[in-house]
Design a protein around this ligand. Structure first.
Ligand code: ZN
Length: 297
């Protein structure tokens, strides 16, 4: 357990549970207790109560109940540590730092997140440049418009001129970090380092919190092989234990009560545009056990 009970209690104490639950459920005061219609089962008269004093919510209809952390895990699909981090940030409780090594790893990760995010922005911009025309045509041919591209932050990696490396270098990113972020291939046999992705339609892949950690990429030339590639494994990304569109889909899946597993990125996007936002796809592999665990969560 990473966080002590004292710390968790402090976060619970500072959290206005009524306000937190009130974001999703209309609550009416009766004495010292707030009541509303339970969000976990269908009902017409309120049997769901929220008490700031005891920092608990409870439904007398279906029995669901718990504290602020439980509320976030149940309604937003966050993991417990994610719920703790989210509430701590909201109420201004500083979470303890771990060991210096953990800290360093985390710092490094943070800067890798920033670098991958920079790359995502670059690819997004390129899609709407003249060079991105072929990628735009492909999307049009698949029935996807600019709004779909923006929603999924689709992008285009230009061909052959190490455009991303140039862009990242201009943003003071070190070459080693470009490689560590999975965005560049190291130079070999006297040849310089090169962009990992070129002339491909880019699909940013988010982690459980929606931060972009990697890319899937579809070739635009008809005879290019392989048609799809992913970022290599990095400290942010492991393709066997992550799913495309997971952060968005899990919140939607809780509402829908089910989750759809599609074959690829384009299927997930098409489903979302048709109103099925609770869809995910594996990342260019058969489903793994880790991915099944994610789905059960
Ligand atoms: Zn209920």
């Amino acid at each position: 357990m990473r966080y002590g009970e004292g710390l968790l209690e402090e976060i619970r104490r500072r959290t206005d549970l009524v306000a937190l639950v009130g974001r999703r459920v209309k609550l009416i005061r009766k004495g010292r207790v707030m009541w509303g219609c339970c969000p976990f089962h269908a009902e017409k008269s309120p049997s769901f109560k929220v008490e700031n004093e005891r920092r608990l919510y409870k439904c007398f209809g279906c029995g669901k109940g718990g504290d602020a952390f439980k509320w976030l895990t149940e309604t937003e699909g966050l993991s417990f540590p994610e719920a703790v981090e989210k509430l701590a940030a909201e109420v201004g409780v500083e979470l303890p730092k771990w060991s210096p090594e953990d800290e360093e790893r985390e710092q490094k990760k943070k800067s890798l997140y920033d670098i991958v995010e920079l790359a995502a922005k670059f690819y997004e911009e390129q899609l709407f440049e003249p060079a991105g025309r072929e990628a735009r045509e492909y999307l049009k041919g698949r029935g996807l418009d600019g709004a779909a591209a923006k929603q999924f932050r689709l992008g285009y990696s230009p061909g052959g001129n190490n455009a991303l490396i140039g862009y990242l270098a201009a943003h003071n990113v070190m070459q080693d970090d470009m490689i560590a972020a999975g965005l560049a291939r190291p130079g070999e046999d006297g040849r310089p380092m090169r962009d990992f992705f070129y002339n491909r339609l880019m699909f940013p892949i988010g982690d459980g919190r929606g931060r972009i950690v990697a890319f899937g990429a579809r070739a635009l030339e008809a005879d290019a092989k392989p048609k799809y590639i992913n970022s290599g494994e990095t400290s942010l990304f492991s393709k066997g234990s992550q799913l495309y569109n997971f952060a968005t889909a899990r919140a939607a899946a809780i509402k829908a009560g089910t989750i759809i597993v599609a074959e690829g990125y384009m299927d997930v996007i098409a489903l979302a545009r048709a109103g099925f936002t609770h869809a995910v796809a594996p990342l260019g592999t058969a489903m793994t056990e880790d991915q099944l665990h994610l789905l059960w969560r």
